[in-house]
Design a protein around this ligand. Structure first.
Ligand code: ATP
Length: 433
């Protein structure tokens, strides 16, 4: 890693801990490798990202329904999906220091850590295994799902019949997935437990490539609406070597992370692979009858598969700015954990009481924060680091004319507005972006 790369990442990691975004999991026990906990601000940011995804993928679309399927599923599902056979990474061990690497990620013949020789590559399945019930034998093996998509495919008929949708339509889901990654790392970029936001769009085979193109654009624009700088986003098309066994065509939306361009979301044309395989393995007919065109076919699937944690990391990296006098997280007000801080200039003369009333009025509608500790400058700096886009300050003039100072995080500009306009102003600034 280049120095300024690791600098930016380590500064971000320490801000995340300092401000309560992300903590090392099990920290007081020395930590658990590749597992992370979201703190008060991090969990709020994550909820906001998931809400924004759900609103734009489910509420704003008449052709998409949401579900929430279970993490543990019938083990045959993972045979049908190809995960038992194909969900592997090539692994090499160093014969000397015993460290393990992904064979496709090491560039030299020798171990980068100690120079030792490698074993021959062997396949390592990334699914976590456990046992269902009290007997720990092979008949009771069950997997922690490595993706949420399969929970959608096996509910295709249930959603189709209960929601009376017609093709084309989609099913969306947000949920945890688990992968026993050989080389997790880069903070929350690659972890063994993570959350996905996936949507599977069922289409007629003819014209499916065009629908994929539409989804590429929709998903790209979603990141722009999230506030990510467009010049840091690009598409990467999978070549033949990269294409997964099920995919007909695949694109990644990539972001330029401090450690290089890397995948943020996959958009895959999965053809009829999934429903055909589940028909074969379950014995249930998963074809679709189009009663207008009078034709029956196995739907093709266009998948949009995003990582929630990776999106959160992207938002933080993109928002992180070091200015001369301050560190500021320029998060979009849409997803910022705290929408506004309510600050009495000083803790007396009735200013604290006035500010307290504003806070009480707003808190059931917005995540707001009341702070009366320390100088006003220090309080603004704390809110800058936390990514809070607006501060409303109550001062002596407030007591005379009922106006407050509205301070904007990014420009640091201050304007006076009537205290009665705070709610309308806040809503306008959060929603009209
Ligand atoms: P990568 O090549 O980075 O391991 P992938 O191609 O295996 O990713 P997909 O199976 O397409 O990823 O998963 C869809 C999305 O889920 C990814 O774009 C990413 O945002 C997220 N994701 C996948 N694996 C992880 C992980 N180990 N940790 C965090 N997020 C992940």
């Amino acid at each position: 890693m280049k120095k300024n790369t690791s600098d930016k990442m380590s500064k971000l990691v320490s801000l995340c801990k300092r401000r309560g975004y992300v903590f090392q999991s099990s920290e007081i026990y020395g930590g658990l490798n590749s597992c992370w906990d979201y703190g008060p601000l991090g969990s709020e940011l994550k909820r906001n990202i998931k809400d924004f995804w759900w609103k734009s993928m489910v509420y704003e679309r008449d052709d998409i329904e949401g579900i929430d399927s279970s993490i543990l599923m019938h083990p045959r599902i993972w045979e049908a999906s190809g995960h038992v056979e194909h969900f592997t990474d090539p692994l090499v061990d160093c014969k000397k220091c015993k460290m393990r690497f992904r064979a496709d990620e090491v560039n030299s013949e020798k171990c980068p850590s100690c120079g030792g020789e490698f074993t021959r590559p062997r396949s390592f399945n990334l699914m976590f295994k456990t046992f269902m019930g009290p007997v720990e034998d092979s008949a009771n093996v069950i997997y922690m799902r490595p993706e949420t998509a399969q929970g959608i495919y096996v509910n295709f008929l249930n959603v189709l019949n209960s929601s009376r949708k017609k093709i084309p339509f989609g099913i969306a889901q947000i949920g945890k997935a688990f992968r026993n990654e050989i080389t997790p790392g880069n903070f929350i970029f690659r972890t063994r437990e993570f959350e996905q936001m996936e949507m599977q769009y069922f289409v007629e085979p003819g014209g499916s490539m065009q629908i994929m193109e539409q989804w590429k654009e929709i998903r790209y624009q979603w990141y722009v609406r999230l506030g990510i700088k467009p010049e840091k986003l690009r598409f990467h098309e999978h070549d033949e070597k990269e294409l997964a066994h099920y995919a007909k065509k695949a694109f990644d939306i990539q972001y330029e992370f401090p450690f290089g361009w890397s995948e943020l979301e996959g958009i895959h044309h999965r053809a009829d692979y999934d429903l055909k395989r589940h028909t074969e393995f379950s014995g249930k007919d998963l074809t679709y009858y189009d009663d207008e065109k009078k034709i029956r076919y196995t739907p093709n699937i266009i998948e949009t598969s995003a990582g929630c944690d990776r999106t959160l990391l992207t938002c933080l990296i993109d928002a992180f700015h070091e200015e001369e006098e301050r560190i500021v997280l320029k998060l979009s007000p849409r997803i910022a954990p705290i929408k506004a801080a309510i600050l009495p200039l000083v803790n007396r003369d009735g200013m604290d009481e006035f500010a307290g009333k504003i806070y009480d009025r707003l808190k059931s509608r917005f995540k707001v924060f009341y702070d009366d500790g320390g100088s006003i400058g220090r309080r603004y700096r704390r809110m800058d680091e936390a990514g809070t886009p607006f501060c409303f300050t109550v001062d002596s003039q407030t007591l005379k004319d009922n106006t407050v100072t509205l301070r904007e995080r990014d420009s640091m500009q201050q304007t006076r507005i009537p205290e009665s306009d705070i709610e309308v102003e806040l809503r306008k600034r959060i929603e009209n972006i």
